[in-house]
Design a protein around this ligand. Structure first.
Ligand code: NAD
Ligand code: DAU
Length: 337
């Protein structure tokens, strides 16, 4: 099978490439990535001889059509996106362009060149949020879309477009909507790697509001195994929720990291809340479990310790990032908080 992995130099896409190489060494993999601030070719360095890498923008229709005409892909898995909520609040434009129009270009090329499966990697954020005082409520695939941030609105728009291409053009699509991922190679602007990197440097840890917002954490490898099952055995036209059943308040996560690193809780700094901050995400993943037999391998306690150890063992990967252009981003984004 020949698979195009877009956004394969980012966090989840690169983990997916490693997952495929291990689980399906017979597959041919082409990675397409624009290498924005979030993409890092160093992540794929050890396997560049086993895959083909193309630096390209998913919004560039001409380049994408040319690639599809040359490669004859069986499957497209679209991870390419602008993915950070805080950045979408600062500058929504690029989120609409990449996440919506880029998706359209990939689907148009998939239609024209007869791709057998187009898989859209979406997010639980398309469902909006759940109240903190109703632990009985979970997102199901049938939960109405109800977004909060420019990021989640762009992802929900893309989902609707993907479903429209299925209904109108019979494009063989699937969609997955996953909860918060953690694990190796996550860019240190997201909660877990940001807190690990800053705690290691004895810097303050910026916790939004009172730190009571809840996220449902899933190890990235479990996300990859779910997507792999969907592209091989999933039903065309379906949406699959993926989640870890590991709900944690942000402050609990931060305290777990501090304890594991033997750092003081006095590093915690409660800062101004994120505008429109979603309260709680929680996924009902029973449909993918029942229909495709998926179940997560990691629990949060062991997964987070492995992740902390990965960041300790791979300082050169993230130290370069936090000392470069990203430092200016951090100073700008957090100075008013
Ligand atoms: P990321 O920001 O780490 O990686 C995104 C990748 O896309 C980067 O390598 C970047 O260079 C590339 N990219 C951006 N714009 C591009 C363009 N125009 N053309 C080609 N490549 C481009 O993101 P991530 O956390 O790995 O998320 C991957 C996907 O999974 C996203 O679609 C995101 O919405 C979704 N998702 C993420 C999570 C999570 O917790 N991180 C959870 C559920 C769903
Ligand atoms: O649920 C899936 C989504 O998870 C994905 O679609 C997004 O791409 C991904 O970025 C993630 O979104 P979140 O907004 O939940 O992740 P983030 O790591 O930015 O924040 C997690 C929680 O931690 C959130 O409640 C905000 C809070 N937070 C975050 C940062 C960066 C802080 O308290 N301080 C911070 O500095």
């Amino acid at each position: 099978m020949k698979i195009l992995v877009t956004g394969g130099a980012g966090f989840i896409g690169s983990n997916f490439v490693y997952y495929l190489l291990e689980k399906h060494p017979e597959d041919e993999i082409v990675v397409l990535d624009l290498l924005t601030y979030a993409g890092n070719l160093k992540t794929l360095q050890p396997v560049l001889d086993k895959i083909k890498f193309v630096k390209e923008d998913i919004c560039d229709r001409e380049a994408i059509f040319k690639l599809f005409s040359e490669e004859n892909f069986d499957v497209v898995v679209n991870f390419a996106a602008e993915s950070h909520v805080d950045r979408s609040i600062e500058d929504p434009g690029v989120f609409l362009k990449t996440n919506i129009l880029g998706t359209q270009v990939l689907m148009d090329a998939s239609r024209k060149y007869g791709v057998k499966r187009y898989h859209q990697v979406s997010t639980d954020e398309v469902y909006g949020d759940l109240p903190l005082d109703r632990p009985d409520l979970l997102f199901k695939e049938t939960t109405p879309l109800h977004t909060s941030s420019p990021y989640s609105a762009s992802k929900a728009s893309a989902d609707l477009l993907v479903l429209a291409y299925y209904r109108t053009f019979k494009l063989p699509i699937t969609i997955s909507r996953c909860s918060n991922n953690y694990g190796p190679f996550q860019f240190p602007e997201k909660l877990i790697p940001l807190m690990i990197a800053r705690a290691l440097d004895d810097k303050t840890l910026p916790v939004y509001g009172e730190g009571l917002n809840v996220r449902d954490w899933l190890h990235v490898k479990d996300h990859c195994s779910a997507i792999d099952l969907i592209i091989r055995n999933g039903k065309v036209g379906e949406v699959y929720n993926i989640g870890g059943n590991n709900e944690r308040a942000n402050i609990e996560v931060v305290k777990t990291i501090l304890k594991a690193l033997d750092k003081s809780e006095s590093l915690i700094n409660y800062v101004k809340d994120r505008p429109g901050h979603d309260q709680r995400y929680a996924i009902d993943a029973s449909y993918i479990s029942k229909t495709l037999g998926w179940k997560p391998e990691y629990n949060f306690e062991t997964g987070i310790m492995q992740t902390i150890n990965w960041y300790l063992d791979n300082k050169s990967w993230w130290e370069e990032i936090v000392s470069g252009e990203y430092k200016n981003y951090y100073d700008k984004m957090y100075s008013g908080r």
